[in-house]
Design a binder for this molecule. Sequence first.
Ligand code: PLP
Length: 388
Amino acid sequence: MADRKVYIDYNATTPLDPEVKAAMIEDFDIFGNASSMHGSGRLAHDRVEEARAAVARLLGASPAEIIFTSGGSESNNTVFQTMRSLASAPGSSRTEIITTAVEHPCVLNSASYLESLGFTVHFLPVDEYGKIKMDDLQGLAGEKTLLVSVMMANNEIGTIQDIAGIAAIAKKAGAYTHTDAVQAVGKIPVDVRALGVDYLTMSAHKIYGPKGIGALFVRGKAPLFPLIHGGHQEDGLRAGTYNNIGILGFGKAAELARGRVEAYGSRLSALRTRLRDGLLGAIPNIKINGHPRDVLPNTLNVSFPGAEGESILLSMDIMGIEASTGSACASGSLEPSHVLMATGVGPELAHGSIRFSMGWGTSEEDVDYVVKTVPPIIARLRAMSTLV
Ligand SMILES: Cc1ncc(COP(=O)(O)O)c(C=O)c1O
């Protein structure tokens, strides 16, 4: 057993912030159904609306534009299912969707599903740093385009896309713009008006809030069709009794994130530089993936040629370091990361890559422990791989 534990997988999920946890515990007995007319219902309803306002403030939106969902996956699915409904409306002529090759599986698979129903879906390629080329988008966006969906920040390599520029191109073509901002919110400033998007997805458990709760921003006049039909909750757009405690925790997490996004940037980018320089200085022949400048301050994706990702992970885990080979959703899969493959990293190198993602709980000592512990692991694995 290692005497130190370093959780460095904050893009997979974050622990509850102690203030979020305290707020949830304090309100744990607010059990009323937020749709009920009586006092218990009204109390729950008021708390839900306070949380909605906090989430809206974090995004620069108005509360009426926020719909609570069960998380990022549901928010993304709702947008794609909405496109399906729009395309099947009489007189509709737009049947094309533009997205990218590096999206999270919940977008990729939603897009592929629409493709199987007859939509034309373009999966834009990315450059070696994970960015789409605006000329590619410009060339494809046209009168048939219904939706342009591009993630704001990539979960594996941290590359940040120019969403405002993308939305401008989509708007000119008369298409809707959606961005999966699950990994961006709380880490970099996100303002829906400045971005000019119609839909934006976020998730509480990536910003030190609880799991199983998220939101979809839907710009005032943008259409939305429910994924879950039932009662009249969320103006009939998302049925199901309100998850009071989850929503309250989300609201608290949003309030905290809003107040400290600047501090997050400076603190985490210093830690990222320390980790990157430490690893580059201690291990020969490694490759840093992702954009050199437009990258999340907390995310460092590194390829270690000659060592295999799963073996590195297991060896690190024995030493108390918890990282990942890519997205949590893809772990357990033997396929090389689709994100790294899209950036042109070959399958061998993609298999030997680790995502380090830091957060508020990461200290300089944690980073130094990683920098001290990983080099002998890589040296040992490389020596073993040259023996075979
Ligand atoms: C970019 C991105 N989109 C969507 C999701 C899914 O969010 P949730 O876990 O809330 O369904 C994730 C989670 O890893 C993600 O990183």
